[in-house]
Design a protein. Structure first.
Length: 309
């Protein structure tokens, strides 16, 4: 049994992770500004309701409970942040990162897991899978925020016994949460779904439960060396046609427009600076193939669009 501290514990990822940790008989110390359904259900669940910027309260929790692993889910889109990331959220994240890392180092925590994003890679040319060593060409507030968090974390634990784990997470989905999938096949101007040609092109996404499994594997201390950056996504990409078919099966889309090629028109790219979910259709046929070899050595990445829940 491990003692695990989870920030952003009332978000979608946070609740799913904490529930699984409790099932595995770990002791969970969780925090968020909002309460959640797990509070009061298990003696191993200790919840502190406060702002993530409350450094004194949360540092005390980390330093007083022999925490083995810190899972930093706070300040993450599709968890406690929505898709619009402004200067306010960026400032909040930076303020939080510094004290969380410091408290974890001071307390002698074994593992520090940061949730980052594959968006840091941006639009890549060629067909080589996008590995952890690929150049970071992404832009936008969320990318800048997460790259800052990564750099601060690696610096904080450079001379520490704490093992830093950076999980670059592909856009997530579950059976009921498909916002990131829909962004690739839905035109808000026409208020209709679309595909180019037969929809054979594909994108990398991450079933949320693959990320939960990855974190559980780190908590259980995998064999061998496991520090550094990990791309976390499904083993196989999802095609546009598969997204359309899935949404149709669940009665979430109607007619689907078939288009021959992306229109060579200018989209409001300034929106992409603050909107994590913004996708320019002109980039549809770029390289979106995230390599998950490293993460696959940590856990099986067994979840996909066919078996998600």
């Amino acid at each position: 049994m491990a003692n695990v501290f989870v920030t952003g514990a009332s978000g979608m990822i946070g609740v799913a992770l904490c529930d699984k940790l409790l099932q595995k008989k770990h002791k969970v110390f969780a925090t968020d500004f909002n309460s959640n359904m797990l509070v009061g259900t298990d003696p191993n669940y200790n919840f502190t309701q406060c702002e993530i910027t409350d450094s004194k309260t949360l540092s005390d929790v980390i330093e007083s409970n022999q925490i083995d692993t810190v899972v930093h889910l706070a300040c993450t889109v599709d968890n406690d942040f929505d898709n619009m990331v402004t200067d306010t959220e960026m400032k909040r994240a930076k303020q939080t990162d510094k004290y969380i890392y410091s408290a974890a180092d001071k307390a002698g925590v074994k593992n520090m897991i940061l949730t980052s994003t594959t968006s840091v890679y941006g639009i890549q040319k060629g067909r080589e899978p996008i590995r952890e060593t690929t150049d970071e060409k992404g832009n936008g507030n969320y990318v800048d925020m997460k790259l800052t968090s990564e750099k601060l974390m690696l610096k904080a634990f450079k001379k520490s016994d704490t093992i830093p784990v950076i999980a670059r997470l592909a856009p997530i989905y579950t059976a009921e949460f498909t916002d990131n999938l829909r962004e690739r096949i839905f035109d808000k101007k026409d208020n209709a779904a679309f595909i180019f040609k037969e929809g054979e092109y594909a994108f990398s996404f991450c079933c949320m439960y693959n990320y939960v499994d990855f974190i559980l594997a780190i908590v259980n201390i995998p064999k061998g060396r496991y520090e550094g950056i990990f791309n976390v996504a499904d083993k196989r990409q999802i095609t546009a046609k598969e997204i359309v078919d899935y949404e149709r099966e669940h009665h979430r889309i109607g007619a689907v427009l078939q288009r021959s090629a992306p229109a060579a028109v200018s989209y409001n790219k300034s929106k992409g600076k603050i909107d994590y979910r913004f996708f320019d259709p002109n980039a549809t046929f770029a390289n979106w193939n995230i390599d998950v070899t490293r993460a696959g050595n940590i856990c099986p990445l067994r979840w996909n669009l066919g078996n998600t829940k």
